[in-house]
Design a protein around this ligand. Structure first.
Ligand code: SAH
Length: 231
């Protein structure tokens, strides 16, 4: 099955951008996913192709117009489209691996990228846009957020990652941060690889890795452990 991503943006040239490379790029070429950037400006009707206007009630900046964005959404995702409609927005649910896993199960996603101060609330309500944030900071537009979300999704599509196992031991997949990694050379600037890793004892290695992951999570992200026990 192909994951169909439609991205509504004022900057369609930003897609697939970095996702045209490496694993995601190969997956795109294979047709594991499709990337359809749509220019919101194509749905403006006045002679200046205006997509934004001043905020009602006053204040700084501009707001993406509901009528223009509404038309763009309807053209890309008519009623009955089974795909979730997402709006990249700092006010949204914070993107996490659990949400990424949910998205991978869908037929794709319609992703709206905001610009300026954001989008008219009526189009969020009227078209059932689900707001998704990539973290507690403000970007200048939703495009990089959309690319981030798509990267996280695409690498989990069946067949995209060469070594499927590597997907299951990543940070967050088991509620923990990942253990440290080492590779050749055996010694670098006087630092050696922990002996256990060269012992060949896989049971002991797994135990060591789990302990490391637990200790790292406790130190850096105790909130992840709280989540686990509260569930
Ligand atoms: N005035 C808004 C921020 C607008 S930033 C506010 O204070 O909430 C312009 C656009 O960038 C947003 O519409 C959104 O699409 C995108 N954006 C900014 N920060 C983001 C974040 N952390 N996650 C996802 N999208 C973000």
């Amino acid at each position: 099955m192909t994951f169909r991503a439609s991205i509504l943006t004022l900057y369609p040239d930003m897609f697939p951008g970095p996702l045209g490379h490496s694993l995601a790029g190969k997956a795109l070429a294979r047709g594991d996913w499709t990337c359809e950037p749509v220019n919101i400006r194509d749905f403006a009707t006045d002679k200046h192709a205006n997509v934004d206007d001043t905020p009602a009630g006053g204040g700084a900046g501009m707001v993406l117009r509901a009528d223009v964005l509404g038309r763009a959404i309807d053209a890309v995702s008519p009623e009955g489209d089974p795909r979730p409609r997402l709006l990249m927005s700092p006010r949204g649910r914070t993107l996490d691996q659990e949400f990424v896993r949910e998205l991978v199960e869908r037929d794709g996603a319609v992703i709206v990228c905001g610009r300026f101060e954001g989008v008219d609330q009526r189009v969020i309500d009227g078209r059932g846009l689900q707001e998704v944030s990539i973290g507690d900071y403000i970007l200048s537009g939703g495009e990089i957020a959309a690319l981030t979300l798509l990267d996280a999704v695409v690498r989990l599509l069946p067949g995209v990652m060469g070594n499927a196992v590597s997907g299951t031991y990543e940070s967050f997949e088991n509620g923990l941060l990942e253990h440290p990694h080492y590779t050749r050379p055996a010694e670098w600037e006087g630092r050696e690889i922990p002996q256990i890793l060269t012992s060949g004892n896989h049971a002991k290695i797994n135990e060591w890795r789990h302990e490391q992951a637990l200790a790292l999570t406790l130190k850096r992200r105790p909130d992840l452990l709280d989540d686990e026990t509260s569930e």
